[in-house]
Design a protein around this ligand. Structure first.
Ligand SMILES: O=P(O)(O)OC[C@H]1O[C@H](OP(=O)(O)OP(=O)(O)O)[C@H](O)[C@@H]1O
Length: 456
């Protein structure tokens, strides 16, 4: 019996809550989790959590948005009820795939027109107008004086990080506060930065952005002809996708969470999006154990990463077990934006007459692993396993696996697998409840959890 510890399970994964509570020797806390008929989430914590150390468990699969909302409300409810500390335990962190560049279903880069490529090529990090220097200062003061300085300050503020990053990503910069001008320009065939609108724009930010082009233009053309051409906002509207990962990280913190425990984040750098501690447990130990104990003659097998993004994860296992490694390079340039099937796959390494073991962090549509398996069999692999930490397996993923060249798919129950297991004879599920229970116990007692990163 652990005192002061409360485990509260969301509706995403009751079985995992139960397993964790069994390991900890405590019953799950009572809460009412329901929905109003309109669809809004309703949460009532039915026991006192005042002064308690509360762990809220929710996973990222299934109805991910509902579960996220429910978790946020649960955190807020516990905080309001004076919980001493609230830790969210998210075995699969929702939205963590949308942490960096705007996520696109095809995995293909967002539209990058020739004009934009040119814009990027021409872009320099020199501030424009230039930082004044002796001899030149008079000229600019003389004519533009105070106004010029304002422009320069505004430039540093509005044009610094956001736009440089956007240019790197090949995306037309756009800010929230330019929305008004976007709306008004919709009628003009999406001519977002159209010159005709330049002077009519009322949004301060878009005025600044446009102003940079014109003001800097005056200066660089008349005075410094050796300078690169001025920044010219591009004509036409480019799609923009929100960086939802950042928002979700903010929401979790803002709801009142003090600590996050998760596993195999798609991008480990996502931890840096939080101002609160994030413990990112590894699922690779479970996968490695499976290889050692469940795959016959594993020493003769080869570990394969189905895409370059996961190579580090897969090599870590290959190195630990002293096994050979191969890589599938996913060429992400499908001819049509919706046509992922066209992305070609290329194998680097030898799998002929061997057992191939695919390692990845997650399988969602399972396109990646099924297509990789097809390629591996074509290249002579005898048996193909796929070992993935998070079996999201949405849509028709199970049907796809059943019909694929994969011989076995091994996932953890970071996402509930009860239904999937029934439908998929190739599926094997590894239990993560004990790992999370141990992490919770250690965090509660203020013990180090680094042992969970290194255990054998
Ligand atoms: O089952 P699927 O629907 O095919 O999705 C699974 C793939 O998606 C993730 O990578 P992602 O495509 O996000 O790209 P990345 O590895 O380049 O980040 C993940 O690492 C898998 O490789």
């Amino acid at each position: 019996m652990v005192r002061g510890l409360v485990v509260l399970g969301g509706s995403s994964h009751p079985q995992l809550t139960e397993t964790i509570c069994n390991h900890l020797g405590i019953p799950p806390a009572k809460a009412l989790l329901a929905k109003f008929s309109v669809g809004e989430t309703r949460v009532e914590i039915e026991e006192s959590v005042r002064g308690k150390d509360v762990f809220i468990l929710q996973s990222g699969g299934g109805k991910v948005n509902d579960h996220l909302m429910e978790m946020l409300i649960m955190v807020s409810a516990c905080k309001t009820a004076s919980a001493r500390r609230v830790t969210v335990v998210l075995p699969l962190f929702p939205y963590s795939r949308q942490s960096d560049i705007p996520y696109n279903k095809t995995g293909a880069p967002l539209t990058k027109g020739p004009a934009q490529a040119q814009l990027k090529a021409d872009y320099t990090f020199n501030s424009r107008p230039q930082t004044p220097y002796p001899g030149q200062a008079n000229a600019s003061h003389h004519h533009h004086g105070h106004q010029h300085n304002n422009g320069s300050n505004g430039l540093h503020k509005s044009f610094s990080r956001m736009q440089i990053e956007d240019l790197d990503n090949g995306i037309t910069p756009r800010r929230k506060d330019t929305l008004d001008s976007v709306k008004s320009e919709k009628s003009d065939k999406g001519d977002y930065f159209g010159e005709s609108k330049l002077h009519h724009s009322t949004s301060s930010s878009s005025m600044q952005i446009n102003g940079i082009g014109t003001e800097a233009g005056t200066h660089s053309n008349s005075q410094y002809s050796s300078q690169p051409p001025p920044f010219e906002p591009q004509r036409g509207y480019k799609q923009w996708v929100a960086q939802a990962g950042t928002l979700v990280a903010d929401l979790v913190t803002c709801a009142g969470a003090d600590h996050v425990i998760t596993m195999d984040l798609h991008d480990p750098q996502y931890q840096g999006f939080f101002d609160i501690p994030v413990d990112n447990l590894y699922g690779r130990h479970l996968l490695r154990k499976y290889i050692q104990y469940q795959i016959p003659n594993y020493q003769q097998a080869v570990i394969v990463s189905p895409d370059a993004g996961g190579a580090k994860r897969a090599t870590a296992i290959a190195d630990q077990l002293g096994m050979p490694f191969a890589l599938i390079h996913k060429e992400r340039r499908p001819t049509q934006i919706t046509d992922r099937q066209n992305a070609t796959m290329m194998l680097v390494g030898d799998v002929a007459n061997r057992t191939a073991i695919l390692i990845d962090d997650l399988a969602d549509t399972s396109n990646t692993i099924t297509r990789a398996a097809k390629l591996l069999k074509k290249e002579g692999a005898m048996t193909v396993y796929a070992l993935v930490t998070h079996g999201v397996l949405s849509g028709d993923a199970i049907e796809r696996i059943n019909a694929s060249a994969l011989d076995k798919v091994v996932v953890t129950n970071s996402v509930d697998q009860a239904e999937n297991k029934r439908k998929c004879p190739k599926l094997e599920v590894l239990e993560v409840g004990n790992v999370f229970a141990e992490a919770i116990r250690r965090v509660h007692h203020g013990e180090s959890i680094s042992v969970l990163f290194h255990y054998d």
